[in-house]
Write a protein that binds this ligand. Structure first.
Ligand SMILES: C[S@@+](CC[C@H](N)C(=O)[O-])C[C@H]1O[C@@H](n2cnc3c(N)ncnc32)[C@H](O)[C@@H]1O
Length: 373
């Protein structure tokens, strides 16, 4: 399937990728969202897209908005063949990756642009619209996006796509929305992104796009217990869609575990069911899916009985969280104090009783420290 010359470029690419990864500490790679797609996975994704697109992708105009060293371009060459590629664009912010992609692939037809994709796509120099996007965008979390950038991204996305993105959304949400707006109608896209958007409120904008503006063909979620790709994909999902309104009666294929070629579980979920589902990771409903609903989903949830919060965001725990003794020492009025639990590792039981004064019982915690926040 892979031409000999391209095979040796791919082998070189993998060596360069390993060397570039080793240069940066995991924390820095995390901040920049730099986790490469394993080549076998990139090929599986490209082959799947080719199988569903059939004759609709005779001439390929490829783009990867976060190209890295070009794992997806390599896979597109192997699967579609050089002769079907009319144009190919890779955008990359990091100069080391950009140089690597350029030296590896420019002779094989990839034009590499060193830029921030979210700026290029909004500029007058926006490149020709692609009809095939395969991408693993940066997983940069919202707290690593600075305030001005977030405002710029939110207003750009609102203006160009009409979608309002939640402030807690990571950079990948903006990538998917902006790139989908850029691609030609009828084009195909596959995105390797974190699966968290499927269940949380800030994923709403993306879910809206997936059920209304495009035809979502498949979602494949990796099994967190599966170690075939190391830690890189523990909570990732591959989305495959076509930029075309969904046909009446459309159903989406949800697969889980194993590989794209051989998933461990599979279900077809009608679009109208998906539109009403708050959480998408419950599909496919199969014993191997760790998130499946144990009942039929009609019963009460914990949220119907309790008010549930992840914690209290104080903005400065060192200042606001203090021992009761300290609060008493400073004569802080009791009406401004709230009892809080220590970290779960200091809890002895899963049921925490309250003492008469409303503070957590001292017998439930390992450290006899009842804190006020
Ligand atoms: C998750 S990696 C994926 C790389 C490659 N496509 C692959 O699949 O192996 C994301 C890449 O996006 C680059 N990147 C981060 N922010 C970007 C931006 N605003 N515009 C373009 N590229 C960006 C990172 O440097 C990194 O190389």
């Amino acid at each position: 399937m892979i031409a000999r010359n391209e095979g040796s470029i791919e082998a070189r690419r993998q060596v360069i990728q390993t060397a570039l990864d080793a240069r940066k500490a995991p924390a820095e790679r995390n901040r920049l969202g730099q986790f490469a797609t394993p080549y076998t996975l990139a090929v599986d994704i490209a082959a799947y897209v080719q199988s569903v697109a059939g004759g609709n992708l005779q001439a390929v105009r490829f783009a990867d908005p976060a190209v890295g060293t070009g794992s997806f371009y390599s896979a597109v060459l192997a699967v579609f063949g050089r002769e079907r590629i009319e144009s190919a664009i890779g955008i990359e912010l990091d100069s080391d990756f950009c140089d690597a992609a350029q030296s590896l692939w420019s002779e094989s037809g990839l034009e590499v642009i060193r830029a921030d994709f979210t700026r290029v796509v909004a500029s007058a120099q926006r490149p020709t619209a692609p009809n095939l996007i395969l991408a693993n965008p940066p997983y940069v979390r919202h707290h690593h996006i600075n305030h001005e950038d977030k405002e710029r991204l939110q207003s750009l996305t609102r203006r160009t796509t009409g979608v309002k993105v939640h402030g807690l959304a990571g950079l990948y949400v903006y990538f998917v929305l902006l790139a989908t707006e850029w691609m030609t109608p009828g084009g195909y896209a596959a995105w390797l992104i974190p699966s968290e958007f499927m269940d949380v409120n800030y994923g709403a904008a993306l879910k809206e796009l997936l059920v209304e503006a495009v035809t979502l063909i498949r979602t494949h979620r990796f099994d967190p217990d599966d170690v075939q790709f190391g830690d890189a994909l523990v909570s990732s999902v591959v989305l495959v869609f076509r930029k075309a309104p969904p046909p009446v009666g459309h159903a989406v294929e949800f697969t889980f575990g194993g590989t794209i070629r051989e998933p461990h579980a599979c279900d077809r979920i009608p679009l109208e069911v998906l539109c009403d589902s708050r959480k998408w990771t419950v599909y496919p409903s199969h014993t191997r899916n760790d998130r499946r609903l144990s009942g039929n989903g009609d019963g009460p949830t914990l949220g119907d009985i309790f008010s549930i919060r992840r914690g209290i965001a104080t903005g400065n725990n060192k200042f606001f969280v203090l021992e009761r003794r300290e609060a008493e020492h400073y004569n802080l009025p009791k009406c401004y104090l709230r009892p809080i639990l220590p970290s779960p590792r200091f809890l002895k039981t899963t049921v925490i009783d309250a003492d008469d004064d409303g503070y957590p019982s001292r017998t439930s915690t390992l450290h006899h420290r009842s804190r006020s926040g």
